[in-house]
Design a protein around this ligand. Structure first.
Ligand SMILES: NC(=O)c1ccc[n+]([C@@H]2O[C@H](COP(=O)([O-])OP(=O)(O)OC[C@H]3O[C@@H](n4cnc5c(N)ncnc54)[C@H](OP(=O)(O)O)[C@@H]3O)[C@@H](O)[C@H]2O)c1
Length: 435
């Protein structure tokens, strides 16, 4: 049977930024041109590219004449149909995207920082102009997450999303767990391999994950959540003792981004946590990312893959670009972000978790009773206790049942004043092991 050839329309792309993601995107568009035309019926042509430094050599199959350092000229060019922003940061990305949307041009962006801070304003501008603003690559790079949340799961009620969304910290924690590396050595290795920036603060302290968590919560719960709403702790304080205790208790330590809906409120946080070795997220090693989604109807769902890197991120950007191009040529629109309502962000003090605590204590009779008394007074119930070492080296390891953060904090505070407690070392949340 002979089928009609798919009608092919050329969509002219204006690219803002040609670094890791931008250059991989240009190459992918070139390599997969036939595939894209066959599958989507559009021909993508990167007509203009804005960069900061015109003299820089770039491994992309484009003539030099397509490059400019005038990003605004790309956006306003009447010969550009769709704009892709892969510059990063707030400005000039915010102004350029706004200008493109107001001119009726769909925009694809990979910019988590921008969306996590001023996403609402940009979505409203896109809505006002009736054009697409797509951002699949902004969370977890190559892993399709935004589209599954917005489209495939649009009819389900999402209860919780737990993500490993930062490859650098997952690499470091994996090295500490599997090779016994110290935090500093694992960080240095991540920097040598190019997984960590020279200034690793954004990754190590959880800022990068917090921006992604804000976007995840906004999409999963239709709520306006900005990066500043996200409670955040990084991994710099994780010690080899914590890693060893986790192993002994049947857990591994991961930096998690957790977005939950609790009685109509949203709780969004980023912190290291112990998860059971049999939890699917425990198997996410090295620089890989994953999202574990819990929905009423779908149950448990996990998405796994490369959360960063030019190729994986370009794959996600290109998916969005094809979507935007198809919508443009057909006169349609992708799934829109509806009104993002303000919901109460549940403060961390009111959130419940299980906890792991490590204490250095005097090795003498009556110690346990004094410690247990403090837990009891603050309504924190002990699930298990183990002793490690003897004499001056005696350490107690507790895992609690679910308790409010505020109660746990009060317990730790009180324990510091108990004479037989020399030191409360680490306190870590335990997730995925609900009693
Ligand atoms: N890299 C990843 O793995 C990854 C993953 C997911 C999402 N993202 C996001 O994707 C975006 C881009 O990341 P990237 O890693 O590709 O960054 P990058 O390698 O630093 O590239 C940034 C590009 O933007 C250009 N640029 C900077 N300021 C500009 C300006 N004022 N006008 C025009 N061009 C300008 C730079 O030009 P020059 O080349 O001349 O310096 C460069 O080509 C960021 O939002 C990032 O968060 C990245």
């Amino acid at each position: 049977m002979v089928t009609d050839p798919v009608r092919e329309e050329t969509v002219r792309v204006g690219l803002l930024g040609c670094g890791n993601v931008g250059s991989a995107l240009v190459r992918l568009i070139g390599e997969n041109a036939d595939l894209i035309e066959q599958r989507a019926g559009v021909h993508l042509e990167v007509n203009r590219v804005a960069v900061r430094n015109l003299a820089r050599e770039r491994d992309v199959p484009l003539p030099a004449g397509r490059f400019t350092h005038d990003a605004e000229a790309v956006v306003t060019d009447p010969d550009i149909d769709v704009v892709v922003e892969v510059i990063g940061g707030i400005e000039p990305a915010r102004s350029l995207i706004t200008e493109a949307l107001k001119a009726g041009k769909p925009v694809v962006t990979a910019n988590k920082e921008l969306l996590a801070n001023v996403g609402k304003e940009l979505f409203e501008t896109a809505e006002g102009s009736g054009v697409d603003l797509l951002f699949e690559a902004s969370v977890a790079g190559g892993i399709p997450l935004i589209r599954p949340l917005r489209e495939s799961l649009a009819g389900d009620r999402i209860r919780r999303v737990i993500g490993i969304v930062n490859g650098t910290t997952n690499f470091i924690l994996t090295r500490m767990t599997e090779e016994g590396s110290s935090f500093q050595d694992a960080l240095a290795e991540a920097q040598t391999l190019g997984y960590a920036e020279r200034d690793p603060t954004a990754d190590i302290e959880g800022y990068d994950a917090a921006a992604k968590a804000a976007i995840i919560a906004s999409i999963a719960f239709g709520a306006r959540v900005v990066a500043g709403d996200v409670y955040r702790e990084g991994i710099a304080e994780i010690t080899d003792h914590d890693i060893a205790s986790a192993h002994d208790l049947g857990y591994v330590v991961k930096l998690l981004a957790v977005a939950e809906e609790l009685d109509g409120e949203v709780a969004v946080r980023v912190h290291p946590a112990m998860i059971p070795v049999h939890h699917p997220l425990a198997a996410v090693r090295g620089s890989f990312n994953a999202l574990f989604i819990e929905g009423d109807a779908v149950g448990e769902l996990m998405l796994y893959g490369r959360g960063a890197g030019g190729g994986p991120s370009a794959s996600a950007v290109l998916g969005d670009l094809i979507d935007a191009a198809k919508n443009l040529t057909s006169g349609g629109r992708g799934a829109t972000i509806g009104a993002l309502g303000r919901r109460r962000a549940r403060p961390i003090d009111e959130v419940e978790s299980q906890f792991y605590l490590l204490m250095e204590v005097a090795d003498q009779p009556g110690v346990l009773a004094k410690i247990a008394d403090q837990f009891g007074r603050h309504a924190v119930s002990i699930k298990s206790m183990q002793q490690r070492g003897i004499g001056a080296d005696a350490r107690l390891i507790f895992v609690t049942h679910r308790a409010r953060e505020a109660d746990l904090r009060a317990t730790v505070h009180a324990l510091r004043d108990v004479d037989v407690v020399h030191r409360v070392g680490s306190v870590l949340r335990v997730l995925g092991d609900e009693d």
